[in-house]
Design a protein. Structure first.
Lengths: 263, 304
């Protein structure tokens, strides 16, 4: 095996990679903000106000269904933005437009380009999360000031997906694997990890599975914050779980990128 | 500028670069010539500090790529085999973005970009997106971009592969200017004419090894004759004709579609062939090229 010395200063030039993605984003930002608003807005309208009127008719009392799902969608949207931004753009920078190769020809190292791109994805998640929070508050679906903490919680949820998906994407030869990821991992998580109903409704085994997914921890964290049911211990547990995914994923992403780019 | 000793690159069980020794001096244009798969690009990736050597030693600008990769890359320009331009950004934006990778200030890069666009003859396309540009223009942009940090050493991997002849000449002209301005050029190519045009010195690579080294002129003098006579006969197999002609040349090579007679005087040899009563379909006397050197050294043609 080759002698791969660790680059002691790697990661300090991540800002330069981030600056590239920002330049790139300037061309398309309007479109992403509009779609970032509309998707969740449709969900809020259909599931919250539409379906919610039936659910609330069942006499469940407070909180109303729309208040129940709004923080869930906040977290789920963070996941979807994060996964979307960590799949095709990563493959493109590796294989199609090859921006990563251009960065590596300059003084940037693998850690710089991973951290810079991850920071950009975090920014994208932040933008869509803020946009959604504004809509949800305007419509009365979220009424608590704790939304100010729920947004960072959503960003952390996004990061818990970003870094493992970076690692996954860097190991794919083509984009076929992304369809599997979206259909068999992201979509089931979206539906069954507590966004639309409590996971306690699931059969025992599935409930246990749901509770180890990062999305469930993100949903619970956001929901308990805005509904005022958060406990310090519970919230810290969720944060730790999400951070573990983010950090573990970052470690895997470094390894995958290094294997792919520096051979 | 570059000093490689027993430099080796292995991928699993496959040895792409097999213990090569290379010295590149400041200010020269140095070439790696060889067919696809000879190990040229693997060598370039090691020199570009994006591929750690498996064995041997490598010093670039007096530094160790394993320890000082970023510091070396800050002083290199790299023109990769496949363009890594952002096709959705404009020509100018591509240079600006790239300059930022080197930590250069916005104002500096902006001024530099104007100068480089002028150099690459792209000033009038500065604000158009890259995607619709011709292959030659994209290549010139890649070269312009690689100069944003005023590199001491410019690495060019197959700089003109896939370009039409006119675009290649424009590019060669630009590379000449760079060389005259004191930039050290290191390039790979499988084009003989490119190596002869651009390189002061070169190594011929085959199967991961260096099989010859010298200036184009030295290599031709050492491994070929001054001229070559190419004969094409109306036959599927040229070998029987070769047997009748071996005494007319210092060496005869049989290719699928023609014979090559290595001789110091092509026209005189052609006349001798005529006197034997053989009537080739076509006769061409030409100067020996590096293609002939390669054929002699490896028994194969460069471009299959």
């Amino acid at each position: 095996m080759a002698t791969t010395h660790a680059q002691p200063r790697e990661g300090r030039m991540a800002g330069r990679a981030f600056a590239y993605w920002l330049t790139n984003y300037r061309r398309v930002w309007q479109g992403t903000i509009i779609s970032g608003f509309l998707g969740p807005l449709f969900f809020l309208a259909a599931m919250g106000f539409g379906l919610g009127s039936l659910v609330d008719g069942g006499g469940l009392g407070a909180p109303g269904y729309v208040e129940f799902i709004a923080p869930g969608i906040l977290a789920a949207q963070a996941m979807q933005t994060a996964v979307g931004e960590s799949t095709f753009p990563v493959m493109g920078a590796l294989k199609w437009q090859r921006q990563y190769h251009a960065m590596l020809a300059a003084p940037l190292g693998v850690a710089d380009l991973v951290l810079g791109h991850v920071a950009f994805v975090a920014m994208r998640v932040a933008i869509t999360s803020v946009a959604f929070a504004v809509v949800a508050v305007a419509l009365g679906a979220i009424t608590s000031w704790w939304v100010l903490l729920a947004v960072p919680a959503a960003i952390l949820t996004g990061l818990a997906f970003t870094t493992p998906v970076f690692a996954f994407a860097a190991r794919q030869d083509n984009d076929a694997g992304f369809n599997v990821l979206f259909r068999f991992i992201v979509m089931p998580m979206f539906l069954f990890s507590g966004t639309f109903f409590p996971v306690e409704q699931l059969p025992g085994v599935l409930e246990a599975v749901a509770k180890v997914t990062p999305l469930w921890h993100g949903v619970e964290l956001c929901r308990s914050l805005v509904l005022g049911t958060a406990t310090a211990a519970g919230s810290l547990g969720h944060v730790a779980h999400l951070a573990l995914w983010a950090v573990g994923g970052l470690w895997l992403a470094f390894a995958s990128f290094r294997k792919r780019l520096v051979a | 500028m570059i000093s490689a000793h027993r430099l080796t690159k292995r991928f699993g069980g496959f040895t792409a670069v097999d213990s090569i020794d290379v010295e590149v001096r400041r200010g020269e244009a140095f070439g790696f010539l060889g067919p696809n798969g000879a190990g040229k690009s693997s060598t370039m990736r090691m020199i570009g500090c994006v591929s750690p050597p498996s064995d041997g030693s490598l010093r670039i600008l007096g530094l160790d790529p394993a320890r000082d990769g970023p510091a070396i890359r800050a002083r290199l320009g790299v023109v990769p085999q496949r363009d890594t331009l952002d096709e959705e950004l404009t020509v100018r934006e591509n240079i600006l973005v790239y300059g930022r990778y080197f930590g250069l200030s916005r104002a500096h890069v902006r001024a530099k970009a104007d100068e480089l666009l002028e150099f690459a003859q792209l000033t009038d396309r500065a604000d158009s997106v890259v995607e619709p540009l011709s292959g030659g223009m994209k290549r010139r942009l890649t070269i312009a971009r690689s100069l944003v940090n005023d590199p001491e050493l410019l690495l060019l991997d197959e700089p003109t592969t896939g370009l039409d002849p006119q675009a290649r000449h424009v590019l060669w002209d630009r590379l000449f200017r760079l060389k005259r301005s004191g930039v050290t050029l290191v390039l790979t190519t499988h084009y003989m004419d490119e190596a002869e045009q651009l390189c002061d010195r070169l190594v011929v690579m085959d199967g991961g090894r260096i099989v010859a080294e010298g200036s184009p002129r030295e290599l031709i003098a050492l491994h070929a004759t001054r001229e070559v006579l190419e004969l094409r006969f109306a036959a599927d197999d040229h070998a029987p004709y070769a047997a009748k002609l071996t005494d007319l040349a210092q060496r005869v090579e049989v290719l699928p579609d023609r014979l090559l007679l290595y001789t110091d005087d092509g026209d005189a040899t052609a006349a001798a062939v005529q006197r034997r009563g053989l009537a080739p379909l076509s006769v061409l006397a030409r100067r020996s090229t590096l293609e002939d050197v390669f054929l002699h050294l490896t028994g194969r043609t460069l471009v299959d």
